[in-house]
Design a protein around this ligand. Structure first.
Ligand code: E4P
Length: 215
């Protein structure tokens, strides 16, 4: 399973790249706003830091506007993926962009039929938002399982990005469900390294190493 970082924070991305574990990055307007920097200061730099797919989101409501934005975004770098909202207009844009070989990531997916439509439209990726479903007492991961089944049933090449990840448990469940990608906040990536038994095991080995007679 590929791991994307769900952030627009350049320091976090640099640290993730140093771990050699980051296969791509997803951003959205909220994440960009958090950086306090302009889009121009942040987006091109992300595409340079990570060679994998970088999702950058359009904000127009109509297909024509989305397509115009998408063409601009795609000019930033070859690894840009255009993030398009799951709406009728969004999917019209997705289909036209697919004809132009501009890859899209359909975002804000909350049902399996939405994912089916996005795949039929030619999306390269779909992003089901798991945490936001859990927040309203729905089993977010069931959605991922349903989408996986549908895509396998019909051989869709669209990849599933498990988004709105809140914890390492979400990453575990995404992997067990066979999702292609989990896009994780930097904090969650750091949490994934940690286990108390690893820490205590290292401490014990160090302690015992000191007891080994030295020549
Ligand atoms: C995905 O691409 C989105 O950027 C993100 O996962 C949304 O997560 P949130 O629900 O934590 O805002």
């Amino acid at each position: 399973m590929k791991i994307f970082l769900d952030t627009a924070d350049l320091d976090e991305i640099k640290q993730g790249v140093a771990m050699c574990l980051v296969d791509g990055v997803t951003t959205n307007p909220s994440l960009l706003a958090k950086t306090g920097k302009t889009f121009e200061q942040v987006a091109p730099e992300i595409t340079r830091l990570v060679s994998g797919p970088i999702s950058l989101e359009v904000i127009s409501d109509d297909a024509e506007g989305m397509i115009a934005e998408a063409r601009e975004l795609a000019r930033i770098a070859d690894n840009v993926v255009v993030k398009v909202p799951m709406t009728e207009q969004g999917l019209i844009a997705v289909a036209k962009l697919a004809d132009e070989n501009i890859p899209t990531n359909v975002t804000l997916i909350f049902s399996a039929v939405q994912a089916l439509l996005a795949a039929k439209a030619g999306a390269a990726y779909v992003s089901p938002f798991i945490g936001r479903l859990d927040d309203i007492s729905h089993e977010g991961m069931e959605l991922v399982e349903q989408i996986k089944t549908i895509f396998d049933n019909y051989g869709f090449g669209t990849e599933i990005i498990v988004a709105s990840v809140r914890s390492p448990l979400h990453v575990l469940e995404a992997a067990l469900a066979g999702a292609d990608i989990a896009t994780v906040p930097f904090k969650v990536l750091k949490q994934m390294f940690i286990h108390p038994l690893t820490a205590s095991g290292i401490a014990k080995f160090k302690e015992d190493y000191a007891k080994i007679p030295k020549r």
